[in-house]
Design a protein around this ligand. Structure first.
Ligand SMILES: C[S@@+](CC[C@H](N)C(=O)[O-])C[C@H]1O[C@@H](n2cnc3c(N)ncnc32)[C@H](O)[C@@H]1O
Length: 345
C-alpha cells in the first residue's frame, strides 16, 4: 500500500491529482466551501479558548488541492488577530498536489514538509481530512495453524498478484482483544503508521497545546474484517490490479487512534459523526446565507453539497471526527455535549 501510493516514480499520489469530478474520488472540501470554513471557525474557537496565543502553527496533513486550507483561511479572517498568529505548514508527499496547493494558496506564506516529524515543536492546530485512510495497514489472517501475516504473492504459473498467508504472526496488542473467537479465514487490520501519526499529533498537544482534528471514514470501535479497497474513476476497483493507477484506502479504526493519542498524553474527544459535528457548527445556516446570494444552479449545488456532507445516507455517519487537545480550558466546539470518548465511555 505504501509503495502503491507513495513510490517516487510509480506511486498513485506521486503521479497525479486524483481529486474531483474528473478524477477518481471527491472529498468534503471539494463538495462545499462551507466544510473548510467551519473547520477554520472551529480552530479559531480552540485558539481563543487557549488564550489567543500570538504564535500558532497551522498544520494540515495531506492537504489535497489546498481547498480546505483556502476556505479555512477565508473564514479565519473574520476572527481578529487569528490569521496573523498562524504559521502555515503543509505535510504533503505528492509533487503534483504540492503544485496544486501552491496555486490555490498563492497569496499566503506556506512551508511544505514530507513528514509531520520535520515541523518544529510549538503550539499547533493540526487538521487531517481523509489523510489517515491513505496510510498503509498490515493485515493478519486466521489460518488452521493460527494467525499469520496476510501477504501478496503471484498466482501459480501466472502473472497475476494474489493474497497469500505469510509467516505465523503475533498480533499487535491493539487488536489482540478483537481476535478472540475469530473464525478461520477472519482478517484483522492494523496500521502502525496511523497509530504513529495519532501519537505524534497527541504528543504535540500534550507538550505545547492546542487542538487537532482527524476526519475520515471508518469505525468508532475496532473490529475484525477487511476494509482495504481500491477506487478508480469514482468506482470500486480490484485491489491488486492496476497498482499505482487506482487509489487504495482502508477504513480508519478510530478506537486504535484514540488509544494511541490518549497514551501519548492528549485529551481525546469523540469520534462524533461528521453530520453531527457540521450541524453543531452551523452548516445549514451558513449554506442558506451563501445560497441566498447565489444563482439558482449554484444554490442547488450548495444545498445538495450540504445534504451530502451531513446526511446519514451520504457522508454524515460513515465519516467521523476525532478531536485532540492539550490542556485547553473548555471543551472543543461541537463536542460540548460529550462527556467521554470511545475509550473511556
Ligand atoms: C484522499 S487525499 C485528501 C486530500 C484533502 N485532505 C481533501 O480532503 O481534499 C490524501 C492526501 O494525503 C496525501 N498523502 C497521502 N499519503 C501521504 C503521506 N504518507 N504523507 C503525506 N501526505 C500523504 C495525498 O497526497 C493527498 O494530499
Amino acid at each position: 500500500m505504501a509503495l502503491a501510493l507513495g513510490h517516487p516514480e510509480h506511486g498513485y499520489y506521486r503521479k497525479q491529482d486524483p481529486l474531483g469530478r474528473s478524477g477518481d474520488f471527491i472529498t468534503a472540501p471539494e463538495i462545499s466551501q462551507v466544510f473548510g470554513e467551519l473547520i477554520g471557525l472551529w480552530a479559531a474557537i480552540a485558539w481563543q479558548q487557549a488564550g489567543s496565543p500570538a504564535f500558532v502553527q497551522l498544520i494540515e496533513l495531506g492537504p489535497g488541492r489546498g481547498t480546505l486550507m483556502a476556505d479555512f483561511l477565508r473564514a479565519a479572517k473574520s476572527v481578529p488577530g487569528f490569521v496573523e498568529a498562524l504559521d502555515i505548514h503543509l505535510v504533503e508527499t505528492s509533487p503534483a498536489l504540492r503544485q496544486c496547493q501552491k496555486q490555490t494558496l498563492g497569496g499566503n506564506r506556506v512551508q511544505w514538509h514530507a513528514e509531520l516529524a520535520n515541523i518544529p515543536a510549538g503550539p499547533a492546530l493540526i487538521i487531517a481530512n481523509e489523510f489517515f485512510d491513505a496510510l498503509p495497514v498490515d493485515q493478519y489472517i486466521r489460518t488452521a495453524d493460527g494467525w499469520c501475516h496476510r501477504c501478496i504473492g503471484m498466482e501459480e504459473g501466472g502473472e497475476t498478484l494474489c493474497f497469500i498467508p505469510g509467516d505465523p504472526a503475533t498480533l499487535p496488542e491493539a487488536v489482540s482483544d478483537i481476535a478472540t473467537g475469530a473464525l478461520q479465514g477472519s482478517i484483522l487490520e492494523y496500521s502502525p503508521a496511523s497509530a504513529d501519526h495519532a501519537s505524534q499529533m497527541a504528543s504535540r498537544m500534550a507538550e505545547d497545546g492546542i487542538a487537532a482534528l482527524i476526519i475520515d471514514y471508518g469505525h468508532a470501535r475496532s473490529g475484525a474484517g477487511e476494509t482495504l479497497q481500491a477506487v478508480r474513476g469514482h468506482s470500486r476497483h480490484d485491489v491488486l490490479s492496476n497498482i499505482g493507477n487506482a487509489d487504495l484506502t482502508t477504513h480508519v479504526d478510530f478506537e486504535t487512534l484514540s488509544r494511541a493519542a490518549a497514551n501519548a498524553g492528549a485529551a481525546v474527544y469523540g469520534p462524533l459523526p461528521q453530520g453531527a459535528f457540521l450541524a453543531a457548527l452551523g452548516i445549514e445556516a451558513r449554506t442558506e446565507v451563501l445560497a441566498g446570494g447565489a444563482k439558482d444552479d449554484q444554490a442547488g449545488l450548495l444545498h445538495s453539497g450540504c445534504r451530502r456532507l451531513i446526511a446519514a445516507d451520504g457522508m454524515g455517519t460513515l465519516f467521523k471526527v476525532l478531536a485532540l487537545t492539550g490542556k485547553n480550558p473548555g471543551l472543543p466546539a461541537a463536542f460540548e455535549g460529550m462527556i467521554g470518548n470511545i475509550i473511556n465511555g
